[in-house]
Design a protein around this ligand. Sequence first.
Ligand code: SF4
Length: 265
Amino acid sequence: MGIIFDIKRFAVHDGPGIRTTVFLKGCPLRCRWCHNPESWLPVPGCAVRKVVLDEREFLEEETIGREMTAEEVMAEVEKERIVMEESGGGVTFSGGEPLMQAAFLESLLQTALAAGIHTAVDTSGFAAPNQLEAIAPHTRLFLFDLKLMDDARHQEYTGVSNRLILQNFLWLAETGKPLRVRIPLINGINTDPGNIRQTIDFLLPNREVVQQVDLLPFHRIGKGKYERLGLPLSLPGVEASPGSAELTAIRQQFQAAGFVVKVGG
Ligand code: SF4
């Protein structure tokens, strides 16, 4: 049994083909730019939203997350089997950080593979190495986030050190497991030339296993979620969204280093 906070069908940015993305609740990070603060707590939660009816305002409680068995989750995934098969897609487990529910994630991955469904895991990389080792054989593709190379700045902006993340990345790369690297780009936090250069230098020795680099420009969305959850707003301002000239320059740097790059997703 695990806690799921969303299941998104027909996802086209979470791995190859058309996929169903399952969002597991719980995340040990607190990225300042997080669009999904409802994912943070590893238990079902509650949010309050304002509803206007006939010019009167009402407060309505909504529950976030529900307990599901692996069989119940996979029954939802199976509904799109034809689309997945025809498009070369599959299922992606995301979060939050899906490895916060490592045993449940492992059983989901095993069930999906046994049913002949391609599996991907979208991770922040912040997980106990033995848990990563346990799920790796059942994962066909990792979508691995890299946010900031400087450890002090990583701690400042995400709440955790990047040492374990980088160590886990190197371990996965050594196994030869296919990886897609996802980099959120937030002006004033990680788009500076120094961080981009350090990221490329870190990835270069592992270019063989890095199938693609996804550059994900920050957009200031999700403000309402912080209000509904009663959380202080940590999102950077609109000036944190990189412009097209900056994005082009960063994309070209990765391409010049030999990486396949996609912007957005
Ligand atoms: S790792 Fe993802 S879900 Fe967790 S806080 Fe960061 S952006 Fe949000």
